[in-house]
Design a protein around this ligand. Structure first.
Ligand code: HEB
Length: 750
């Protein structure tokens, strides 16, 4: 596969960008990517979930499902279907869409249709999936318009592919679990870090590690090599070492949030279908990927000059062959073959290392005619030996995968069931709680990996209750049992775990009172426990005296709101009301997957001036932008929130950057003092902190604080909040941004 674009007679000079001149300048584009004007106004934007849900509800899903099934078995001459069925290709498309998901930051995954856009549309591992979208799905997308997003269509097509190959007769095929609600991106994502490598399939992501060492892959990367969904099929770095390959699989699939059992089910289930394509050597015959291909290829890529370039001459991965004798049908053939034969290394016509049954194994199994029973995908009567990849053999020889594979081999129903469940998880892992899943095929069952939020089975508090509870909280403040900063810190700690990348976290569920969140250093456990204690007392007495009930999750947010209203009052601004919508509920510890929740732990949180152990190579201000992106904040929202949280004294265990003499009062002092011409700043502690001195006072602040004055774009916003006409705007904007963060996870409302 070449990555040099075709010769073009017109080469415009490439102007240098600001990024070229000053590579370390903080890049705020992550906050303003793919804005609503970047798409036609009738296409819902990710921020318009309800609009998409409305369009989706107008989609005749049963008719769509039939149309997809018909398309799967209707071969298009421009890209003839293997075995007359596009099902396997469609499963690969869905899997490659979903499989980029990584638990660390929730990025990747199939929830944005980003496989249509660069760089994923051109990743070597996604070769020829452009054909799957173009020849099979585009006519359907065109017919159904905005009632189904590309992202939903791709996953649904994967499901329909499975359904049509898992049942003898289509009329009997039951729809697999499916939830809609994925909204398409219209611009490449600025936020996903896919790796530093400047070359496809390079591996600069393991530091000095030896292959044997399991933990070398740098966070937050999901794949072992640039441009791969997960691992190299031929083995680590192309070396056909089965056991090391198993380690790479475990490492990367666990980054996708999969257990060993799920991993085996997925790989074996997936490779029950379809074939691999390596009619000849890719580097000799295959042209540029879509993003680099000549304009007349119309967005397609990987033009193959080998013979017909398609059908039997297809070159995709460069590996060649199929795993089972019935590649367009669900059966136990994968495990049958995996365990039946001894496998020996061989080369595909394309020159890649793959495995075929050994000569001894062939004789022992009744000779070539008995073993070469894999039909050719295009030529009737021609038969082939089955193949396996190095990564497939890992499922037999790895000491953990081996026994799981054996069990699945002996218990086909268990295998099928495990595959269905793992497939559903794979394709829905990044969609958030069940209230975000649309359509008739959403399972009744609750899954732990969805961080279930229980329904309120009681009458929730009304407006009178809210006033009463606010008074109670205010009494706690006035009697100095709790401070404004205590309440703000806890509410922020709860709400700010939200991440838009996979819609996890947030205050709903009240999980800040459960493990692991309650013990995270960033949440300042002693303060957290003190606040929870008081709020839980309040909750108990309220709930036992009323016929409505309040959750701790609601009380935590309400507490933060009360504190902010009081802090605004103390600044002389008068009465403001921070809007509050009740209805959050409390999850239990058993509804909380501790391991998977730990992925939400902020290693650094600039909003609280916190940098903990385990901070990776990211600069604190870059990590701050990352969190701001999780919270879908614009740059002004980011600035006003940090400025407000500082004066409210909401830091974790420090007063760095609290540039006010009245901590706990909602003023624009942070900006006033940060931009004060009479203060000069010098680094201390080796540049981790800075000391600011003016003739009248001195401050300590972090890089995060100073960035709001040093970066020209952020400074422009800070200046606006430091002007004499800013006080009212500052307070209103702060309250709006605060409310936005507290409402990010309220999918139950729409
Ligand atoms: Fe797979 C195919 C690799 C997993 C599903 N894969 C394939 C191929 C390769 C691979 C190389 C070939 C391509 C061509 O065409 O050439 N995988 C792989 C790896 C892994 C995997 C390395 C990890 C270990 N798969 C998987 C999963 C799934 C799948 C998980 C699902 C579930 N695949 C698949 C399918 C196919 C494939 C279905 C076929 C396609 C067609 O046929 O077209």
């Amino acid at each position: 596969m070449s990555n040099t674009s075709a010769k073009c007679p017109y080469h415009p000079p490439t102007p240098k960008t600001i990024r070229d001149w000053w590579p370390t300048t903080l890049d705020l584009r992550i906050l303003h990517q793919d804005p609503p004007p970047a798409r036609p106004s009738h296409v819902p934007h990710p921020s318009q979930y309800a609009a998409y849900a409305a369009k989706f509800s107008g989609c005749d899903l049963y008719a769509l499902r039939d149309d997809i099934r018909r398309a799967l078995i209707t071969s298009h001459p421009a890209w003839p279907a293997d075995y007359g069925h596009y099902g396997p290709l469609m499963i690969r498309l869905a899997w490659h869409s979903a499989g980029t998901y990584r638990v660390f930051d929730g990025r990747g995954g199939g929830n944005s249709g980003n496989i249509r856009l660069a760089p994923l549309n051109s990743w070597p591992d996604n070769a020829n999936l452009d054909k799957a979208r173009r020849y099979v799905l585009w006519p359907i997308k065109q017919k159904y318009g905005q009632s189904i997003s590309w992202a939903d269509l791709i996953i649904l097509a994967g499901n329909v592919a499975l359904e049509s190959m898992m049942y003898e007769r289509w009329e009997e095929a039951e729809p697999l679990w499916f939830g809609g609600g994925r909204i398409d991106a219209f611009a490449p994502e600025e936020d996903v870090f896919w790796g530093n490598e400047g070359e496809w399939l390079k591996d600069d992501r393991h530091g000095e590690r030896e292959r044997e060492e399991e933990t070398g892959l740098k966070k937050p990367l999901g794949a072992t090599q640039m441009g791969l969904i997960y691992v190299n099929p031929e083995g680590p770095g192309g070396n056909p070492d089965i056991l090391s390959s198993a380690k790479d699989i475990r490492e990367t699939f666990s980054r996708m949030g999969m257990t060993d059992l799920e991993t085996v089910a997925l790989i074996a289930g997936g490779h029950t279908f379809g074939k691999t394509h390596g009619a000849a050597n890719p580097s000799e015959h295959v042209g540029a990927e879509p993003e680099g291909a000549p304009i007349e290829e119309m967005g397609l890529g990987w033009k193959n000059k080998y013979k017909s370039g398609k059908g039997p001459d297809t070159i995709t991965s460069g590996l060649e062959g199929a795993w089972t004798a019935k590649p367009a049908q669900w059966d136990n053939g994968y495990f049958d073959n995996l365990f039946k034969y001894e496998w020996t290394q061989s080369k595909s016509p394309g020159g890649a290392t793959q495995w075929i049954p050994s000569d001894d194994s062939i004789s022992a199994s009744g000779g070539m005619d008995a073993v070469a029973i894999v039909p050719d995908a295009h030529v009737a009567g021609v038969k082939h030996l089955p193949i396996m990849f190095t990564t497939d053999l890992a499922l037999r020889y790895d000491p953990i995968y081996g026994p799981i594979s054996k069990r699945f081999h002996m218990n086909p129903d268990e295998f099928k069931n495990a595959f269905k469940r793992a497939w559903y998880k794979l394709c829905h892992r990044d969609m958030g709680p069940k209230s975000r899943h649309l359509g008739p095929w959403v399972p009744k069952e609750d899954f732990l990996w969805m961080d279930p939020i229980p329904l309120a089975r009681y009458r929730i508090i009304d407006q009178n209750d809210i006033w009463e509870l606010k008074n109670e909280v205010l009494n706690l403040v006035h009697s100095s049992m709790l401070s404004i900063s205590d309440l703000v810190k806890v509410a922020w700690g709860a709400a700010s775990t939200y991440r838009c990348t996979d819609h996890r976290g947030g205050a709903n569920g009240g999980r800040i009172r459960l493990a692991p969140q309650r013990d995270w250093e960033v949440n300042d456990p002693p303060t957290l426990h003190k606040v929870l204690n008081k709020l839980e007392n309040l909750q108990r007495s309220f709930n036992s005296n009323n016929n409505t009930q309040v959750s701790i999750a609601d009380l935590i947010v309400l507490g933060g709101n009360v504190a902010i209203e009081e802090a605004a009052r103390q600044s002389g601004f008068g009465d403001i009301e921070v809007s509050f919508v009740p209805g959050r509920t409390d999850a239990s510890q058993s509804e909380t997957d501790i391991d998977s929740f730990n992925a939400l732990r902020p290693t650094s949180d600039g909003f609280r001036n916190y940098e903990g152990p385990g901070v990776e190579s990211m600069l604190p201000e870059v990590a701050l932008l990352d969190r701001a992106h999780f919270l879908t904040l614009t740059a002004p929202e980011l600035v006003v929130l940090v400025g407000g949280l500082r004066v409210l004294n909401a830091n974790t265990n420090s007063s760095n950057g609290v540039l006010t003499n009245r901590p706990g009062v909602l003023t624009n002092d942070f900006f006033m003092h940060l931009l004060d011409l009479n203060t000069s700043w010098v680094p201390m502690e080796g540049g981790k902190l800075y000391k600011g001195t003016s003739p009248t006072q001195s401050w300590i602040a972090s890089r995060i604080d100073l960035i709001f004055a040093s970066n020209s774009q952020l400074r422009a916003i800070s200046e606006a909040y430091a002007c004499s006409d800013a006080h009212e705007h500052f307070i209103k904007d702060f309250v709006n941004a605060w409310t936005k963060v507290c409402m990010l996870d309220r999918f139950d409302l729409s």
